[in-house]
Ligand binder design. Structure first.
Ligand SMILES: [Mn+2]
Length: 320
Protein backbone atom coordinates (compact mmCIF):
# COMPACT_ATOMS: atom_id res chain seq x y z
CA UNK A 1 0.00 0.00 0.00
CA UNK A 2 1.06 3.57 -0.59
CA UNK A 3 0.91 6.26 2.09
CA UNK A 4 -1.09 9.22 0.86
CA UNK A 5 -2.10 12.61 2.22
CA UNK A 6 -4.52 15.49 1.67
CA UNK A 7 -2.81 18.89 2.05
CA UNK A 8 -4.58 21.80 3.76
CA UNK A 9 -3.65 24.24 2.45
CA UNK A 10 -2.39 22.84 -0.83
CA UNK A 11 1.00 24.61 -0.87
CA UNK A 12 4.64 24.09 -1.78
CA UNK A 13 5.45 24.06 1.94
CA UNK A 14 2.95 21.26 2.65
CA UNK A 15 4.09 19.29 -0.40
CA UNK A 16 7.58 19.41 1.11
CA UNK A 17 6.26 18.34 4.53
CA UNK A 18 4.43 15.39 2.93
CA UNK A 19 7.62 14.30 1.20
CA UNK A 20 9.54 14.66 4.47
CA UNK A 21 6.99 12.39 6.21
CA UNK A 22 7.73 9.65 3.68
CA UNK A 23 4.33 9.98 2.01
CA UNK A 24 4.39 9.03 -1.69
CA UNK A 25 0.91 9.94 -2.97
CA UNK A 26 -1.18 13.09 -2.86
CA UNK A 27 -4.96 13.17 -2.73
CA UNK A 28 -6.46 16.42 -3.94
CA UNK A 29 -9.07 18.20 -5.94
CA UNK A 30 -7.88 20.52 -8.73
CA UNK A 31 -6.98 23.92 -7.24
CA UNK A 32 -9.66 26.43 -8.28
CA UNK A 33 -7.19 28.73 -10.08
CA UNK A 34 -6.96 26.10 -12.80
CA UNK A 35 -10.69 26.04 -13.51
CA UNK A 36 -13.42 28.06 -15.13
CA UNK A 37 -16.36 25.90 -16.25
CA UNK A 38 -17.47 22.56 -14.87
CA UNK A 39 -15.06 20.48 -16.94
CA UNK A 40 -11.55 20.35 -15.48
CA UNK A 41 -9.26 21.43 -18.34
CA UNK A 42 -6.69 18.84 -19.41
CA UNK A 43 -3.84 21.36 -19.30
CA UNK A 44 -4.70 22.41 -15.73
CA UNK A 45 -4.75 18.76 -14.66
CA UNK A 46 -1.36 18.14 -16.26
CA UNK A 47 0.15 21.20 -14.59
CA UNK A 48 -1.18 20.15 -11.18
CA UNK A 49 0.11 16.61 -11.71
CA UNK A 50 3.53 18.03 -12.63
CA UNK A 51 3.54 20.42 -9.69
CA UNK A 52 3.15 17.41 -7.40
CA UNK A 53 5.67 15.37 -9.39
CA UNK A 54 8.18 18.24 -9.16
CA UNK A 55 7.92 17.89 -5.37
CA UNK A 56 8.77 14.19 -5.68
CA UNK A 57 5.21 12.95 -5.18
CA UNK A 58 2.41 11.45 -7.25
CA UNK A 59 -1.11 12.76 -7.73
CA UNK A 60 -2.90 9.44 -7.80
CA UNK A 61 -6.31 10.25 -6.30
CA UNK A 62 -8.87 12.95 -7.02
CA UNK A 63 -11.04 13.70 -4.02
CA UNK A 64 -13.33 14.92 -5.42
CA UNK A 65 -14.89 16.26 -8.59
CA UNK A 66 -18.10 17.85 -7.27
CA UNK A 67 -21.39 16.14 -8.15
CA UNK A 68 -24.31 18.53 -7.74
CA UNK A 69 -27.69 17.98 -6.13
CA UNK A 70 -29.21 18.26 -9.62
CA UNK A 71 -27.48 15.00 -10.40
CA UNK A 72 -27.99 13.34 -7.02
CA UNK A 73 -31.67 14.30 -6.84
CA UNK A 74 -32.33 13.76 -10.56
CA UNK A 75 -33.32 17.33 -11.40
CA UNK A 76 -33.45 19.35 -14.60
CA UNK A 77 -30.04 19.68 -16.23
CA UNK A 78 -28.47 16.53 -14.83
CA UNK A 79 -27.56 15.11 -18.26
CA UNK A 80 -25.38 18.08 -19.19
CA UNK A 81 -23.68 17.93 -15.79
CA UNK A 82 -23.03 14.19 -16.09
CA UNK A 83 -21.59 14.74 -19.59
CA UNK A 84 -19.19 17.33 -18.16
CA UNK A 85 -18.28 14.96 -15.31
CA UNK A 86 -17.48 12.28 -17.88
CA UNK A 87 -15.29 14.66 -19.86
CA UNK A 88 -13.37 15.43 -16.66
CA UNK A 89 -12.85 11.69 -16.12
CA UNK A 90 -11.46 11.38 -19.67
CA UNK A 91 -9.15 14.35 -19.04
CA UNK A 92 -7.92 12.87 -15.75
CA UNK A 93 -7.31 9.49 -17.32
CA UNK A 94 -5.37 11.02 -20.21
CA UNK A 95 -3.17 12.85 -17.69
CA UNK A 96 -2.53 9.65 -15.72
CA UNK A 97 -4.59 10.38 -12.59
CA UNK A 98 -5.93 6.92 -12.00
CA UNK A 99 -8.36 6.96 -9.02
CA UNK A 100 -11.38 9.08 -8.12
CA UNK A 101 -13.15 9.19 -4.77
CA UNK A 102 -16.80 10.28 -4.94
CA UNK A 103 -19.92 10.07 -2.81
CA UNK A 104 -23.71 10.04 -3.03
CA UNK A 105 -24.47 12.28 -0.07
CA UNK A 106 -27.16 14.68 -1.28
CA UNK A 107 -27.72 18.24 0.02
CA UNK A 108 -24.98 18.06 2.67
CA UNK A 109 -21.72 16.17 2.91
CA UNK A 110 -20.05 14.74 5.99
CA UNK A 111 -21.80 16.02 9.08
CA UNK A 112 -20.73 16.57 12.67
CA UNK A 113 -22.55 18.12 15.61
CA UNK A 114 -19.33 19.28 17.33
CA UNK A 115 -15.75 20.12 16.39
CA UNK A 116 -14.70 20.78 19.97
CA UNK A 117 -15.31 17.41 21.61
CA UNK A 118 -12.52 16.55 24.04
CA UNK A 119 -10.52 13.43 23.38
CA UNK A 120 -7.21 12.19 24.88
CA UNK A 121 -5.43 14.97 26.80
CA UNK A 122 -8.25 17.37 25.87
CA UNK A 123 -7.24 17.40 22.21
CA UNK A 124 -10.16 18.77 20.16
CA UNK A 125 -12.04 16.28 18.06
CA UNK A 126 -15.25 16.07 16.08
CA UNK A 127 -18.29 14.06 17.01
CA UNK A 128 -21.81 13.27 15.86
CA UNK A 129 -24.78 12.82 18.15
CA UNK A 130 -27.98 11.99 16.29
CA UNK A 131 -30.11 13.18 19.24
CA UNK A 132 -29.13 16.73 18.24
CA UNK A 133 -30.37 16.18 14.67
CA UNK A 134 -33.57 14.22 15.24
CA UNK A 135 -35.75 17.32 15.56
CA UNK A 136 -33.90 19.38 12.94
CA UNK A 137 -36.18 21.08 10.40
CA UNK A 138 -36.31 19.80 6.82
CA UNK A 139 -34.07 21.47 4.27
CA UNK A 140 -35.41 23.37 1.24
CA UNK A 141 -35.39 20.00 -0.56
CA UNK A 142 -38.06 18.52 1.72
CA UNK A 143 -38.03 14.77 2.12
CA UNK A 144 -35.81 12.75 -0.20
CA UNK A 145 -36.54 9.02 -0.27
CA UNK A 146 -34.10 6.14 -0.52
CA UNK A 147 -35.90 5.02 -3.71
CA UNK A 148 -35.17 8.35 -5.34
CA UNK A 149 -31.46 8.07 -4.50
CA UNK A 150 -31.27 4.49 -5.78
CA UNK A 151 -32.86 5.58 -9.06
CA UNK A 152 -30.54 8.56 -9.57
CA UNK A 153 -27.48 6.54 -8.56
CA UNK A 154 -28.23 3.80 -11.08
CA UNK A 155 -28.79 6.41 -13.79
CA UNK A 156 -25.44 8.03 -12.92
CA UNK A 157 -23.49 4.76 -12.81
CA UNK A 158 -24.78 3.60 -16.20
CA UNK A 159 -23.46 6.77 -17.81
CA UNK A 160 -20.26 7.22 -15.81
CA UNK A 161 -18.74 3.78 -15.28
CA UNK A 162 -18.40 2.99 -19.02
CA UNK A 163 -16.45 6.25 -19.37
CA UNK A 164 -14.30 5.36 -16.34
CA UNK A 165 -13.53 2.05 -18.05
CA UNK A 166 -12.55 3.83 -21.25
CA UNK A 167 -10.41 6.35 -19.33
CA UNK A 168 -8.99 3.63 -17.01
CA UNK A 169 -9.81 5.69 -13.93
CA UNK A 170 -10.99 3.59 -10.98
CA UNK A 171 -14.01 4.99 -9.15
CA UNK A 172 -14.33 4.48 -5.40
CA UNK A 173 -17.60 5.49 -3.78
CA UNK A 174 -17.12 6.84 -0.25
CA UNK A 175 -19.60 5.86 2.47
CA UNK A 176 -22.16 8.33 3.76
CA UNK A 177 -20.79 10.01 6.87
CA UNK A 178 -22.41 9.39 9.28
CA UNK A 179 -23.76 6.17 7.77
CA UNK A 180 -27.35 6.61 8.91
CA UNK A 181 -30.58 7.64 7.24
CA UNK A 182 -32.36 10.00 7.06
CA UNK A 183 -30.82 13.23 8.33
CA UNK A 184 -33.09 16.30 8.07
CA UNK A 185 -35.38 14.32 5.78
CA UNK A 186 -32.57 13.52 3.33
CA UNK A 187 -32.15 9.78 2.96
CA UNK A 188 -28.79 8.14 2.62
CA UNK A 189 -28.10 4.79 0.98
CA UNK A 190 -24.31 4.28 1.08
CA UNK A 191 -24.46 3.15 4.67
CA UNK A 192 -24.10 -0.64 4.98
CA UNK A 193 -22.18 -3.57 3.49
CA UNK A 194 -25.45 -4.89 2.00
CA UNK A 195 -26.14 -1.58 0.28
CA UNK A 196 -22.58 -1.51 -1.05
CA UNK A 197 -23.15 -4.94 -2.56
CA UNK A 198 -26.28 -3.64 -4.27
CA UNK A 199 -24.44 -0.51 -5.50
CA UNK A 200 -21.60 -2.57 -6.95
CA UNK A 201 -24.07 -4.92 -8.62
CA UNK A 202 -25.85 -2.03 -10.38
CA UNK A 203 -22.92 -1.86 -12.80
CA UNK A 204 -20.32 -4.55 -12.15
CA UNK A 205 -16.92 -3.37 -13.32
CA UNK A 206 -13.33 -3.40 -12.14
CA UNK A 207 -13.54 0.41 -12.41
CA UNK A 208 -16.47 0.64 -9.96
CA UNK A 209 -15.43 0.07 -6.36
CA UNK A 210 -15.30 1.26 -2.78
CA UNK A 211 -13.38 4.06 -1.10
CA UNK A 212 -12.83 2.12 2.10
CA UNK A 213 -13.29 4.94 4.62
CA UNK A 214 -12.53 2.71 7.57
CA UNK A 215 -14.09 4.93 10.23
CA UNK A 216 -17.44 4.79 8.48
CA UNK A 217 -17.36 1.00 8.37
CA UNK A 218 -16.58 1.10 12.09
CA UNK A 219 -19.51 3.49 12.54
CA UNK A 220 -21.75 1.00 10.67
CA UNK A 221 -20.74 -1.62 13.23
CA UNK A 222 -18.77 -3.68 10.68
CA UNK A 223 -15.76 -5.79 11.59
CA UNK A 224 -12.93 -4.16 9.64
CA UNK A 225 -10.87 -7.23 8.59
CA UNK A 226 -14.06 -9.04 7.51
CA UNK A 227 -15.29 -6.04 5.53
CA UNK A 228 -11.93 -5.72 3.75
CA UNK A 229 -11.99 -9.41 2.91
CA UNK A 230 -15.61 -9.14 1.75
CA UNK A 231 -14.81 -6.54 -0.93
CA UNK A 232 -11.26 -7.66 -1.74
CA UNK A 233 -8.50 -5.58 -3.31
CA UNK A 234 -10.09 -5.49 -6.76
CA UNK A 235 -13.03 -3.51 -5.39
CA UNK A 236 -10.97 -1.19 -3.15
CA UNK A 237 -8.95 1.32 -5.18
CA UNK A 238 -8.38 3.66 -2.23
CA UNK A 239 -8.71 3.78 1.57
CA UNK A 240 -9.12 6.26 4.40
CA UNK A 241 -7.48 5.14 7.66
CA UNK A 242 -9.47 6.40 10.61
CA UNK A 243 -10.90 5.34 13.97
CA UNK A 244 -13.67 6.28 16.37
CA UNK A 245 -15.07 5.92 19.82
CA UNK A 246 -18.61 4.59 19.41
CA UNK A 247 -20.71 4.07 16.31
CA UNK A 248 -23.97 5.42 14.92
CA UNK A 249 -26.05 7.05 16.27
CA UNK A 250 -23.31 8.60 18.48
CA UNK A 251 -19.57 8.60 17.93
CA UNK A 252 -16.46 10.76 18.24
CA UNK A 253 -13.27 10.78 16.20
CA UNK A 254 -10.25 9.44 18.07
CA UNK A 255 -6.51 9.53 17.66
CA UNK A 256 -5.51 6.69 15.36
CA UNK A 257 -3.96 4.71 18.22
CA UNK A 258 -6.78 5.40 20.70
CA UNK A 259 -10.09 4.33 19.13
CA UNK A 260 -12.22 1.20 19.35
CA UNK A 261 -10.53 -0.69 16.48
CA UNK A 262 -7.44 -2.89 16.66
CA UNK A 263 -5.59 -0.85 14.06
CA UNK A 264 -2.66 -3.27 13.75
CA UNK A 265 -5.10 -6.04 12.85
CA UNK A 266 -6.85 -3.64 10.47
CA UNK A 267 -3.62 -2.76 8.64
CA UNK A 268 -2.69 -6.43 8.57
CA UNK A 269 -6.02 -7.12 6.85
CA UNK A 270 -5.21 -4.59 4.08
CA UNK A 271 -1.92 -6.46 3.61
CA UNK A 272 -3.60 -9.87 3.73
CA UNK A 273 -5.99 -9.00 0.89
CA UNK A 274 -3.09 -7.62 -1.15
CA UNK A 275 -4.30 -4.02 -1.10
CA UNK A 276 -1.83 -1.98 -3.16
CA UNK A 277 -3.63 1.34 -3.46
CA UNK A 278 -3.12 4.65 -1.71
CA UNK A 279 -4.24 4.88 1.91
CA UNK A 280 -4.46 8.19 3.71
CA UNK A 281 -5.18 9.17 7.28
CA UNK A 282 -8.62 10.75 7.51
CA UNK A 283 -9.86 13.14 10.20
CA UNK A 284 -7.62 13.45 13.24
CA UNK A 285 -7.96 15.29 16.56
CA UNK A 286 -6.26 18.67 16.89
CA UNK A 287 -3.20 19.02 19.12
CA UNK A 288 -3.06 21.91 21.62
CA UNK A 289 -0.39 23.73 19.58
CA UNK A 290 -2.21 23.41 16.22
CA UNK A 291 -5.10 25.30 14.62
CA UNK A 292 -8.57 23.74 14.84
CA UNK A 293 -9.87 25.48 11.72
CA UNK A 294 -9.56 22.75 9.14
CA UNK A 295 -11.98 20.29 10.75
CA UNK A 296 -9.75 17.27 11.31
CA UNK A 297 -7.22 18.15 8.60
CA UNK A 298 -4.66 19.98 10.74
CA UNK A 299 -1.06 19.06 9.96
CA UNK A 300 0.19 17.81 13.36
CA UNK A 301 -2.64 15.34 13.84
CA UNK A 302 -1.94 13.84 10.47
CA UNK A 303 1.84 13.87 11.02
CA UNK A 304 1.17 11.77 14.13
CA UNK A 305 -1.18 9.50 12.13
CA UNK A 306 1.31 8.94 9.31
CA UNK A 307 4.07 8.12 11.82
CA UNK A 308 1.76 5.62 13.50
CA UNK A 309 0.82 4.05 10.16
CA UNK A 310 4.47 3.78 9.09
CA UNK A 311 5.31 2.17 12.43
CA UNK A 312 2.53 -0.40 12.05
CA UNK A 313 3.46 -1.16 8.45
CA UNK A 314 7.17 -1.56 9.30
CA UNK A 315 6.32 -3.77 12.26
CA UNK A 316 4.02 -5.98 10.19
CA UNK A 317 6.53 -6.22 7.34
CA UNK A 318 9.29 -7.11 9.78
CA UNK A 319 7.16 -9.87 11.33
CA UNK A 320 6.31 -11.20 7.87
MN1 LIG B 1 -13.43 9.35 4.71
Amino acid sequence: MKLALVLRPFSEENLAVAKQMGVTDIVTTLPTEGRSGRVWPYEAIVRNKQRIADAGLEWSVVESVPISDNVKLGKEGRDAEIDDYCQTILNLGAAGVSIMCWNWMAVFGWMRTSFTTRTRGNALSSSYDHKLMENAPLTEHGEVSQDQLWETLEYFLKKVIPVAEEAKVRQGIHPDDPPLSPIRGISRIVNSIENYDRILSLYPSEYHGVTFCQGNFTAMGADIPSALKHFGKDRIPFAHFRDLHGKVPTFAESFHDDGDTDMAQALKAYMDIGFEGPIRPDHTPTFAIDENETGGYNILGRLFAVGYMRGLIDGLNSEA
